[in-house]
Write a protein that binds this ligand. Structure first.
Ligand code: KG4
Ligand code: ZN
Length: 334
């Protein structure tokens, strides 16, 4: 089954987003309302606060996305929403709204996997990406190294065994009193710091495909306890370098091993300047094509949800309306 214009909805964490995308590639509108300020004073996302905010924000955000796309409601041919992974209450807001709209407009409902959506963010900006593709998916909730063999066909080589990369950035920033979310602050501070000032551990760098980031976080905490006068930019840059080194080493090894045509980033941490710079460097050295989605497409948005929905609808048809939110959904593997 195919639908030209799909309305996508994203409410899995702390961004309320809606977008209209045509044929899985043409972004007609993409509206993201961030709740960061609501959660910042708690130092992280508070699930109940997120659900309530989604309830308040979702319909105005959807209305704005439809108006900005320049279409009428009746021109929307399918409605898609993220159904997992994420915070269950937050997911339910988007899923329920999408089902209701699909019933009122009498169009298909498509339940979208948030991780698959992050993978499709790259295809929105570069529809001709050649596969096999190695994708490093790094966000606040996930860190996975994925081989995409064809559309909707993936192999997960490895994942984090403890903290996600973004979670490590957020926890270190919180410990240093730098606010939430930590990634962008550490990224900005690192510009004035020396990445070699302190050598933090590169856990599991050489063995296997899995990642571990809780050790480097503890090392930063211990270092600060013993050396309270260390300059914050040096700490930030050295921590960032340790995380980026491991991510890049494994992604590069994976790309070589599977004979990838390209190496691609996805997820919120893909906005990190040092990660982007190093990925470009290794791709030039090894001759892989590098693809770095724009920062707006790396972080949570609904255009990527509508893009993934287009492929899913073509392959599997509409989702049943009795499908619920699945907070621990995994990437479908073949
Ligand atoms: O994909 P995303 O928007 O939400 C999740 O699905 O988790 O990712 C948010 C995560 C947060 O942990 C945030 O600190 C991190 O991405 N992040 C960054 C940067 N921008 C956002 N981490 C490192 N450097 C950045 N520039
Ligand atoms: Zn995400």
């Amino acid at each position: 089954m195919s639908a030209d214009r799909i309305l996508g909805i994203e409410t899995s964490c702390d961004e309320t987003a809606a977008a209209v995308v045509s044929r899985g590639t043409d972004v007609m509108s993409s509206v993201v309302s961030s709740q960061i300020e609501l959660h910042a004073r708690y130092g992280g996302v508070v699930p109940e606060v997120a659900s309530r905010a989604h309830v308040e924000l979702l319909m105005p955000v959807v209305a704005q996305a439809v108006v900005e796309a320049g279409v009428e409601d009746r021109e929307i041919e399918a409605v898609a929403a993220t159904y997992g992974p994420g915070l269950v209450g937050a997911l339910l807001v988007g899923v329920s709204a999408a089902k209701a709209m699909s019933m009122v407009w009498d169009v298909p409902f498509v339940a979208v996997n948030h991780l698959e959506a992050h993978l499709y963010a790259s295809f929105l900006e570069e529809p001709d990406l050649e596969m096999p593709l190695v994708i490093l998916l790094v966000s606040g909730g996930h860190t996975s190294l994925i081989v995409m063999e064809d559309h909707l066909r993936y192999r997960v080589l490895g994942s984090t065994v403890d903290d996600a990369a973004g979670e490590a950035f957020d926890k270190v920033a919180r410990h240093l009193g730098l606010g939430y979310p930590g990634g962008p602050v550490i990224d900005a501070l690192s510009v004035d710091g020396d990445p070699n000032a302190i050598h933090f551990p590169r856990a599991m760098a050489k063995d296997g495909w899995d990642f571990s980031f809780s050790g480097v976080k503890t090392s930063v905490v211990n270092h600060v306890r013993k050396n309270p006068d260390t300059a914050i930019p040096d700490l930030a840059a050295s921590f960032q370098e340790a995380v980026v080194d491991v991510l890049i080493d494994k992604a590069r090894r994976a790309a070589r091993e599977v004979g990838a045509k390209g190496l691609c980033l996805g997820g919120g941490v893909a906005a990190n300047s040092r990660l982007r710079e190093k990925l470009l460097d290794v791709c030039v050295e090894d001759g892989f094509r590098a693809f770095l989605p724009s920062r707006a497409m790396c972080t949570d948005n609904a255009a990527m949800v509508a893009a993934a929905a287009w492929w899913r609808l073509e392959a599997d048809g509409p989702s049943p309306l009795n499908i619920g939110a699945d907070p621990s959904l995994r990437l479908p593997v073949h």
